[in-house]
Design a protein around this ligand. Structure first.
Ligand code: 4AD
Ligand code: MG
Length: 462
C-alpha cells in the first residue's frame, strides 16, 4: 500500500519497506547515485530518496525525471546519514508516471512571485507556500465543523441560488436561463423575468443567514458553511467575488452570547490549526510574515477588546492620525480605521458593537435609543473586518418598519416576517469570512492566494 509521506517522516522506522507516490521537487545527480526529493502534498517536507546506479533502468529513468515529474518509488527506509532529515528512502524500483519537460514546466527551483503563480493556478498548489496555505485551509475547515459539532449545532445547507438580497446592498449576480441575445422584455422594455427559468429574478446568494434563521427557529443552534457571492466591484487584497462564509445562528441568544461564541470560536480554530499544522505555521512565520506565531498566541491567550461604535469613533478622533477618509459619528468605518483600532490601539482583535442603524442591514435589532443597532464586527490586525454579526430584530412591528425605512419592499420577505409572527425568540448570529480568516492565520497578503481558484473583477479562469 502507498504510504503518505507525512506519516513516514513522523513515524517511519529504519528497515521498513514502503511505497510512495508523488511529484519530484528536486533532483541532484551525484556520480554513482541520485537524490530525489518527492512530495505528495501531505506535508511541507518531502521525502529524500536515494536512487543507486544498480536500480533497474537507472540511466533511462533518471533521464525522464526532473522537477515536476510524477513517480512511484518502492524501497526501504534507512536512517539518514545527512543532516536535515531523520530518515530517507533507499530505492528498489521506480516508475515514472509522467514527465515534466524542464524546458516548459514553469515551476523550476527559483522562487516565483505570487502574481505569477496566480496565472498558473492549476500548478501553484505544488509550491511550498500554496501547499501550506491549502493544508491550513483544510485544517481550519475541519476545526470549524468540530467546534460546532461538539456544541450540538446542526450543520445546515443553505441554498446557493436565492431569491432575496440578505444584505440589502444590491450586490448580487443574477442567475438566469435566458439566452442573453434574446431576452424577453415587458411592455415597458424591462427584462421579463416571469419568463425566466425560475419565473422571477434569482441570484447567487450573498449570505445564508436568512435561511439559517429559519432553521434556528426549529433546531435552536445551527450553522452554514458554504460559498457566497458578491458583485461588488472591490479590487482589493481582501475582497473576492466568490468567498466562503461560516454563519452560525443561535435561538435564545443575545449579542453578548453572540460575541462570546465568536471569540471562543476563533480561539478554538486557531488552536486546532496550531496543533495540526505546526510545520506550515512555522513556515509562514519564517517566510511570509514574522508575526504569524505571535498572532496565533495572542488570539489563543488574550481576551479580545470590546468597544461600542461610539467609543471607537472617539478613539479615532483622539488618535491624532490623519486618515484618508473622514472620521465622524454616523460614517461607516473604512479599513484604515478598523486597522488603527485593532493593529495600533488595542493590538488585538477588537469587537465593535452598536453601530448606527443606517449603515447596517435591516435585520439587526434596533436599540432603545432608536439610532443604533445590536451589531458587532470583529476587526483583526492587518485584515480589518473578519466577522460581521448581530442580534436579529425579533419584533414583528419593528422589523416591518425597518424594512420600509431602508427602502425595501416587505412583500418578498413574507416568510422572514412569518418567523416573527409564529414563535419568535431573541436570536443572534454572525458571519466569518473564511478566506479572511485564512489570511489572518497565515499572514498571506492577498486574498487571491488563500483560495484555490480566485474569482474577482476581471478574473475567472478554469
Ligand atoms: O459583514 P457581512 O456582509 O455579513 C453578512 O453577510 C451577515 N449576513 C453575516 C451573518 O450575520 N450571518 O459578511 C460577513 C463577513 C465579513 O465580515 C467578511 O469577513 C466577509 O464576510 N466578507 C468577504 N470576504 C471576502 N470577500 C468579500 N467580498 C467579502 N465580503 C464580506
Ligand atoms: Mg460586514
Amino acid at each position: 500500500m502507498t504510504q503518505r509521506i507525512i506519516d513516514l517522516l513522523r513515524n517511519g522506522q529504519p528497515n521498513e519497506t514502503v511505497t510512495v507516490k508523488g511529484w519530484v521537487r528536486t533532483k541532484r545527480e551525484q556520480k554513482e547515485f541520485t537524490f530525489i526529493e518527492v512530495n505528495d502534498g501531505s506535508s511541507m517536507a518531502g521525502l529524500q530518496v536515494v536512487v543507486n546506479q544498480d536500480v533497474p533502468g537507472y540511466a533511462e529513468t533518471m533521464k525522464r525525471i526532473s522537477t515536476g515529474a510524477s513517480v512511484e518509488i518502492a524501497g526501504t527506509l534507512v536512517e539518514s546519514p545527512a543532516k536535515g532529515q531523520r530518515i530517507e528512502l533507499r530505492t528498489d524500483s521506480i516508475i515514472v508516471y509522467g514527465e515534466a519537460d524542464p524546458e516548459t514546466y514553469p515551476l523550476q527551483k527559483k522562487r516565483h512571485s505570487f502574481e505569477f503563480l496566480r496565472e498558473i493556478a492549476h500548478l501553484r498548489s505544488r509550491t511550498n507556500t500554496l501547499g501550506a496555505v491549502f493544508r491550513v485551509r483544510n485544517a481550519a475547515s475541519a476545526a470549524i465543523h468540530q467546534f460546532f459539532q461538539e456544541r450540538g449545532f446542526l450543520w445546515i445547507h443553505t441554498p446557493i441560488i436565492s431569491a432575496s438580497d440578505c444584505e440589502g446592498a444590491g450586490e448580487m449576480f443574477t442567475v438566469t436561463g435566458f439566452d442573453l441575445n434574446k431576452v424577453p422584455l415587458t411592455a415597458d422594455k424591462q427584462v421579463d423575468y416571469s419568463k425566466d427559468f425560475f419565473g422571477r429574478q434569482a441570484y447567487l446568494t450573498v449570505s445564508g443567514q436568512l435561511e439559517a434563521e429559519i432553521m434556528a427557529m426549529a433546531f435552536s443552534n445551527v450553522y452554514t458553511f458554504g460559498p457566497t457571492f458578491r458583485a461588488e466591484n472591490s479590487n482589493t487584497s481582501r475582497h473576492l467575488a466568490e468567498f466562503w462564509m461560516v454563519e452560525p445562528e443561535m435561538a435564545f441568544c443575545d449579542l453578548e452570547g453572540d460575541m462570546n461564541l465568536a471569540e471562543e470560536f476563533l480561539k478554538s480554530v486557531f488552536q486546532h490549526v496550531m496543533n495540526t499544522c505546526p510545520e506550515d505555521m512555522e513556515f509562514f512565520n519564517q517566510r511570509i510574515d514574522n508575526s504569524v506565531l505571535a498572532t496565533a498566541d495572542n488570539i489563543i491567550n488574550n481576551e479580545f477588546a470590546r468597544v461600542t461604535y461610539t467609543e471607537a469613533i472617539a478613539l479615532l478622533e483622539k488618535s491624532g492620525k490623519t486618515f484618508e477618509y473622514p472620521v465622524e459619528w454616523g460614517l461607516d468605518m473604512q479599513s484604515e480605521h478598523e486597522r488603527y483600532l485593532a493593529e495600533e490601539y488595542f493590538k488585538k482583535p477588537t469587537i465593535v458593537t452598536d453601530y448606527p442603524a443606517h449603515i447596517k442591514a435591516f435585520y439587526m435589532r434596533l436599540n432603545d435609543d432608536g439610532k443604533t443597532v445590536r451589531a458587532m464586527d470583529i476587526l483583526a490586525p492587518k485584515i480589518g473586518e473578519i466577522i460581521g454579526g448581530s442580534q436579529r430584530e425579533e419584533r414583528l412591528d419593528v422589523l416591518e418598519q425597518r424594512i420600509q425605512d431602508v427602502g425595501l419592499d416587505p412583500a418578498p420577505y413574507w416568510w422572514y416576517l412569518d418567523l416573527r409572527r409564529y414563535g419568535t425568540v431573541p436570536h443572534a448570529g454572525f458571519g466569518l469570512g473564511f478566506e479572511r480568516l485564512v489570511q489572518f492565520m497565515t499572514g498571506m497578503g492577498n486574498i487571491r492566494d488563500v483560495i484555490p481558484f480566485p474569482r474577482a473583477p476581471q478574473e475567472v479562469e478554469f
